[in-house]
Design a protein around this ligand. Structure first.
Ligand SMILES: Cc1cc2nc3c(=O)[nH]c(=O)nc-3n(C[C@H](O)[C@H](O)[C@H](O)COP(=O)(O)OP(=O)(O)OC[C@H]3O[C@@H](n4cnc5c(N)ncnc54)[C@H](O)[C@@H]3O)c2cc1C
Length: 450
């Protein structure tokens, strides 16, 4: 019988065990495989423009790889998938397991609606499926370091081979929908572009990753978060390549991937963490609310806080839909601890603009910075935007790249333009808050909450 491979967060043909399962099932019956993607108009309308534009480009790349046989159908998955299965007489629909709250609910509804047709999950978007690892006491991990140890001990399968000569079915398709226009400068999408980028990173930058990864001025990171988000590449593939590199940087990179797996595991066990703090650390009345808070949020969002590193990051986000990890930490800390705004507000803005915007990674990283996560930077650790700038952007070139008003300020002086006199940076805003005073206010709130 025909089998269906329903693509979701696995927009690739290589190292895709769920696709291998679909192909095997079809071959055993000497039949065809339907390559399905479902566009749910509700989701399509609610996702950020940069993510939609990238997703549309990635789907077009996948369709080209499939020789134009990607079958796009529009509607709620619980209606579309059973209808398609009935149309082709399929007895199985194959998927990479969804592990986030929304995807788990959707798949449960689809499995019910499919009735006698099997919904077959194989693998997940992670090297080790969320929920698989437990501590010695059999409980979920709360802290990253023991999780990483258990994750390394557990290990993962070798990459799955790419199926060859697949008998793809040819069916009517609604086509990849047009994405809304975006001015964000997006990277090339699709499996091939992801592999090329990864190979370039391994050849040119991996050896220096351990020392350069915290420097937003150097472009020393892999930019793999975007292909990982859409499943254009699987972390197993990256881990397999890393295993042939002996230098410390390969171990550092592996640890970063372990953070990704840790956050997914935390969300698996605590689905509510997508919206609410795992640990409320300050009294509710310490959050800023009202018109002044809204104006502060707008200044943060628009990159006009008067703190150069914060503003550079927020403008980088708007320009390319991505921000360096060090700067994400600084701008997030600034929102929560200098502006006293709840992390959810910042996380929502990130989801609107980040091309790699991903519920487990975004929400749990925000909770980490806000100090509300399980294994989080303690609330009393407050990032100083000036010191962070001087340390990680020592010549100021990152700031000058993204904040044109500061381009004539030389060297590291760019991190404190207020010291240079009124005419040094025409058009650049004055600081909207005093970091020292706000740090004290944040620590007082923390003491009251203890
Ligand atoms: C407030 C905040 C929000 C974030 N939101 C997201 C998000 O929505 N989506 C997302 O993928 N990442 C998010 N991150 C994590 C991190 O910033 C990005 O994964 C990283 O900057 C992506 O760039 P890269 O691929 O060049 O990273 P590299 O340094 O090359 O890292 C390699 C890979 O390791 C993983 N990784 C690295 N750092 C982290 C981390 N802190 N947490 C989890 N995984 C990590 C990513 O998959 C990344 O692609 C967020 C971090 C913060 C502080």
């Amino acid at each position: 019988m025909t089998s269906v491979h329903w693509f979701r967060r696995d927009l690739r043909l290589a190292d895709n065990p769920a696709l291998v399962a679909a192909v095997q099932r079809a071959r055993a019956a000497d039949d065809e495989v339907v390559a399905l993607f479902v566009v749910d108009p509700l989701l399509w309308r609610s996702a950020g423009g940069p993510r939609l534009a990238y997703l549309a480009a990635s789907l077009r790349a996948l369709d080209a790889e499939l020789g134009g046989r990607l079958v796009v159908r529009t509607g709620a998955a619980a209606d579309v998938v059973p209808r398609l299965a009935a149309e082709v007489g399929a007895d199985s629909v194959h998927v990479t397991a969804a592990t986030e709250p929304y995807g788990r609910r959707r798949d449960a509804a689809v499995a019910r609606a499919l009735g006698d047709v099997d919904l077959v999950p194989t693998g997940s978007p992670y090297a080790v499926a969320p929920g698989r690892l437990t501590s010695g006491a059999g409980t979920p991990f709360q802290v990253f370091t023991p999780f990483r140890r258990a994750w390394l001990d557990h290990g993962w399968a070798a990459p799955a081979p790419r199926p060859r000569s697949v008998p793809w079915a040819t069916l009517p398709s609604d086509g990849v929908p047009a994405a809304p226009h975006t001015d964000v400068d997006l990277p090339a999408a699709g499996e091939h572009a992801a592999r090329d980028r990864w190979r370039r990173f391994v050849d040119d930058d991996l050896a220096r990753y351990g020392t350069d990864r915290d420097r937003p001025d150097l472009d020393g990171t892999s930019a793999m978060s975007i292909p990982l988000k859409y499943g254009e590449v699987h972390p197993r593939t990256l881990l397999a390549d890393l295993s042939s590199h002996r230098h410390d940087s390969a171990g550092t990179f592996r640890s970063e991937l372990a953070w990704r797996e840790f956050h997914a595991d935390v969300l698996w066990h605590h689905p509510g963490a997508a919206r609410t703090s795992l640990r409320p650390v300050v009294p509710d009345d310490s959050w800023a609310r009202g018109a002044a808070a809204d104006a502060a949020f707008d200044a943060w969002r628009d990159g006009r806080t008067g703190y150069p590193l914060v503003d550079a990051g927020m403008r980088q986000l708007r320009a390319i839909g991505w921000m360096h990890n060090r700067v994400r930490m600084v701008v997030a800390s600034f929102l929560v601890k200098d502006l006293h705004l709840e992390w959810q507000r910042g996380a929502a803005h990130f989801m609107e603009w980040l091309v790699d915007g991903d519920v487990p990674q975004n929400q749990l990283n925000w909770q980490w910075v806000a100090g509300t996560g399980r294994d989080a930077a303690p609330y009393f650790r407050v990032f100083n935007p000036v010191l962070q700038g001087e340390k990680f952007d020592p010549e100021g070139s990152y700031v000058r790249r993204w904040v044109p008003e500061l381009r004539s300020v030389p060297g590291r002086a760019v991190h404190q333009p207020w010291r240079l006199g009124a005419d040094a940076a025409p058009g650049y805003p004055a600081r909207i808050v005093d970091h020292k005073a706000e740090r004290t206010a944040a620590l007082e709130a923390y003491q009251r909450g203890r």
